[in-house]
Design a protein around this ligand. Sequence first.
Ligand code: FPP
Length: 255
Amino acid sequence: MLKNFEGYFDRDSEEYKLLLEILKKDLPSHIAIIMDGNGRWAKKRGLERIEGHKAGINAVREIVETSARLGIKYLTLYAFSVENWKRPKKEVLQLMGLLKRYLREELPLLLKNNVRLRTMGRIEELDATIRGLIHHVERQSAKNDGLNLNIALNYGGRTEIVDAFKKILDGYGENLTPSMIDESFISKYLYLPDVPDPDLLIRTSGELRVSNFLLWEIAYTELYFTKVFWPDFGTKEFLFAIRDFQKRERRFGGV
Ligand code: FPP
């Protein structure tokens, strides 16, 4: 994968040294991120919260590109939770506006980097323009076989499990029997059943919570917390997180 970074970093840079180090070991195949701290990043600079979200998009772009170059297979980003509707109406509208802009403008770069974009969450509750854009980007990028970029939108971990139960009942009705239900059966009804569980979950901004993200899927995921606010989370921070992950011993309940 080193060749994918040709001309990307200065050979003397810390990023390049980190890159050489992490490429010696297996990389996580699925990384999930709670992108937190946009508001505080803006406040620290005396800016409106929306400026933090805008800067957050630049961080998204950088982490998506770095993940694609590293050959990471899955990257799942928490962009809007089912709880985020509780924010002031103005901020919700601004976030939806940014999302539209991202979906409109990002397609060429996603295609160039061989990224397949999909969403997970209650998409049917979003406005028609966003649904249309999502559909377009999902379709246009469907054949890409590099990085799978999953954007969690109007997403909640508990909601995902509730929706799985609903799909199961819709499909089976009275034919459902207890012996049919096991973990792999339930997993098949989650939003993106083909995506493996995350190996690593990163949360920025110093909060030590999971905040209803991927509750079912993170049962054995390694957690990494950093105090860095999301807009400041760049490639160097990302490589730090991966290096930390590589030092862990994963036992999955065994010895
Ligand atoms: C948390 O920061 C961030 C969000 C609720 C939204 C994340 C959205 C983006 C990075 C932009 C859109 C993303 C995509 C993929 C197009 P916060 O507002 O909770 O920050 P705070 O805790 O400091 O207030």
